[in-house]
Design a protein around this ligand. Structure first.
Ligand code: IPM
Ligand code: MN
Length: 351
């Protein structure tokens, strides 16, 4: 029997609760589809940092790198200054494991409320391919004369030809594989960021020549936000740099029903990928059995797909679709009509 070695990083806040439900569903799926999963847990996060001062060591990353994939809950602790854990754990993992794609499907399921008037599942079904290792996220920059009235803060956006090109190629391939509208939209800001997005735009149209079957489109990031609200049906696959991709996928999560259902994958197509619900650690709901685990369950589904267990991925998605159509009242924490663990049980029963 095939055995997958999966790393689990429950993390902070409600991370552990939602990850447990995802693990529950993955175990059920593995039984049903004839493979097995060997889960190894890692205690990275705010609690351990507060106790030991350890954020994440190189040896620990090496251990994570021996896994075939990773499931992550949430990183971020109310008692820890913003940036320490996010940069030191989440971004460090993404960068060190070279997970250069952040894949974020925006898909509205039947029965899930969207804040968009007169829009339904046929209109909201696209994927954002976010570059995940460069842009404004590299940490390049610094202070001059810090703390003085003449202080200077510089935060540099780094785009490399190789980094941009591999991301754009992934997006073209995905548009082809999805075989839906066969359309790829580049989201940028060529009218202002005339160096970074010049590189993006040139690369985009060069690579496009190899994909004559894919229609190309360009949208400034501000306009992308407008169209995502007004006419989300325009989109099939959107490719964006790291920060723009971060911002538009929160909007994407909102139109697909909220953080309770939105999942993403940090993908290294040649290495170890890491899957997560895209919402945060939601400290105020911690331990209350109120948080929605569907996003973490959907992250597990994406992991199955990445590992090539398409049948298991499909079955998990169908079970989620059934549950949101028939049973679960709202995606919002505390309004589901079920407790966190009951949602997991429900998905398992539909599996
Ligand atoms: C996300 C998050 C992270 C990001 C933060 C927590 C560093 O917002 O996964 O979208 O900006 O990438
Ligand atoms: Mn984000």
């Amino acid at each position: 029997m095939k055995v997958y070695k999966i790393g689990v990083i429950p993390g902070d806040g409600t991370g552990p609760e939602v990850v447990e439900e995802s693990v529950k569903v993955l175990k059920a799926a593995s039984k049903k589809f004839g493979f097995s999963i060997d889960f190894e847990y890692f205690d990275f996060g705010g609690e351990r940092y507060k106790k030991t001062g350890i954020i994440l060591t190189d040896e620990e990353i090496e251990k994570v790198a021996t896994k075939q994939a990773v499931l992550l809950g949430a990183i971020g602790h109310p008692d820890v200054k913003p940036g320490i854990l996010e940069r030191g754990i989440l971004l460090k993992l993404r960068f060190t494991l070279d997970q250069y794609i952040n894949l974020r499907p925006v898909k509205l399921y039947e029965g899930v409320d969207t804040p968009l008037k007169d829009k339904g599942p046929d209109d909201i079904n696209f994927v954002v391919v976010r570059e995940n290792t460069e842009g404004l996220y590299t940490g390049a920059g610094g202070f001059l004369r810090k703390g003085t009235p003449y202080e200077v803060a510089i935060q540099e956006s780094i785009s490399t030809r190789q980094g941009v090109e591999r991301c754009i190629r992934f997006a073209f391939e995905l548009a082809r594989k999805r075989n839906k509208k066969k359309k790829l939209t580049l989201c940028g800001k060529t009218n202002v960021l005339t160096y970074a997005f010049d590189l993006w735009e040139r690369t985009f149209y060069e690579v496009a020549k190899e994909y004559p079957d894919i229609q190309t489109d360009y949208c400034h990031v501000d306009a992308t936000c407008m169209w995502m609200v007004k006419n989300p049906e325009f989109f099939d696959v959107i490719v964006a740099d790291n920060l723009f991709g971060d911002i538009i996928t929160d909007l994407g999560a909102a139109i697909q029903g909220g953080m309770g259902i939105a999942a993403g994958g940090n993908i290294n197509p040649e290495g170890v990928s890491m899957f997560e619900p895209i919402g945060g650690s939601a400290p105020k709901y911690t331990g209350k059995r109120m948080i929605n685990p569907l996003a973490a369950i959907a992250a597990g589904q994406m992991m199955m797909e990445q590992l090539g267990e398409d049948k298991a991925a499909d079955a998990i998605e169908k079970a989620v679709m059934k549950a949101v159509k028939n049973d679960i009242k709202s995606m919002a924490a505390g309004k589901m009509g079920f407790a966190t663990d009951e949602v997991g049980d429900l998905i398992v029963s539909y599996l």
